[in-house]
Design a protein around this ligand. Structure first.
Ligand SMILES: Cc1ncc(C[n+]2csc(CCOP(=O)(O)OP(=O)(O)O)c2C)c(N)n1
Length: 280
């Protein structure tokens, strides 16, 4: 389904659900969660073949958030799609919760692979893609890695391996938000022209505005049509996108949130939602 309004609506709901979790726990990884809200809106708003009632159905599409610290963004999408009630979002990180700060496949319905140790998600995503290829079940594995995460050698080992083994049922997004935990990505370890680098590793590679859902959708369609090699989509994003407090701060990797701050953010997002609902 290509419905930009539906993608945008879901992206706003995802942002609202992220803020809800930050307020419920009092803090969290806001920056890298908000920057992927739009790609998640596209994936969960119509691209991925998933069923909230059968989260482990054979042949479903898989999703791997290699930058697992942004788990609240995935929980936000899963709750909005009905994998579990939205009230559960208020238990983020609490003892006994099904929503730990980093993704855990044994706890959360809809989470396919546990992540959190940066670099590892690409390897497990490739493994899942190869397994699905052997089963010939038509599944695509969608993977998100962070730009700071690309400092990990394991990312480039995975990139080499996937190209060599022609893993064409894998689509990797790089959330190129130009920041990592302790500063600008360029200042920590320069990544340069990621699209060109990935092409040089024999990937089909594209780059788009990571907040333009129509562009993301179009790039996914091109990626899915590409056979014989893996695909990458470099998303140019803004860390903290859609959260005033995070967008305004230089250091926005992990922040605290009071209920009052949350309410101010939600008021803005609610207006965006209403404007989109009027248009639909
Ligand atoms: C192997 C490993 N080393 C260090 C960390 C701690 N850590 C968590 S998030 C982060 C920065 C990641 O930056 P990026 O991938 O750009 O994520 P984003 O800025 O999108 O949140 C680091 C170093 C980790 N989770 N795993």
């Amino acid at each position: 389904m290509n419905d930009k309004k539906q993608f945008d609506l879901l992206a706003v709901r995802i942002r609202m659900n992220i803020i809800r979790q930050m307020v419920a726990f009092g803090s969290g990884h806001i920056g890298g969660a908000m920057s992927i809200a739009d790609v998640l809106g596209v994936l969960y708003g119509g691209v991925m073949d998933v069923d909230p009632k059968q989260p482990r159905r054979e042949g479903r599409d898989w999703f791997v958030l290699s930058k697992g610290h942004a788990g609240p963004a995935v929980y936000a999408a899963l709750a909005a799609r009905g994998f579990f009630p939205e009230d559960v979002l208020d238990t983020l990180n609490r003892p006994g919760t099904t929503l730990p700060s980093h993704c855990d496949r044994f706890r959360t319905p809809g989470v396919d692979i546990s992540t959190g140790s940066l670099g590892q998600g690409i390897s497990t995503a490739i493994g899942a893609a190869l397994g699905n290829r052997l089963r010939n079940n038509g599944s695509t594995v969608y993977l998100i890695v962070g730009d700071g995460e690309c400092d990990e050698g394991q990312i480039w080992e995975g990139v080499l391996f996937a190209a060599h083994h022609k893993v064409d049922n894998l689509i990797m997004f790089v959330d190129y938000n130009k920041k990592q935990l302790d500063g600008e990505t360029d200042a920590v370890c320069k990544l340069g022209d990621l699209r060109r680098k990935l092409e040089d590793f024999d990937w089909h590679a594209q780059e788009v505005d990571g907040h333009d859902t129509a562009a993301i959708y179009g790039a996914i369609q091109k990626a899915k049509a590409e056979r014989g090699r893996p695909s990458a989509i470099v998303l140019h994003t803004v860390k903290g996108k859609g959260c005033m407090k995070a967008e305004d701060a230089a250091a926005n990797h992990h922040m605290t949130f009071t209920p009052e701050e949350g309410e101010a953010e939600l008021a803005v997002l609610r207006r965006q939602l209403e404007a989109l609902e009027v248009e639909v």
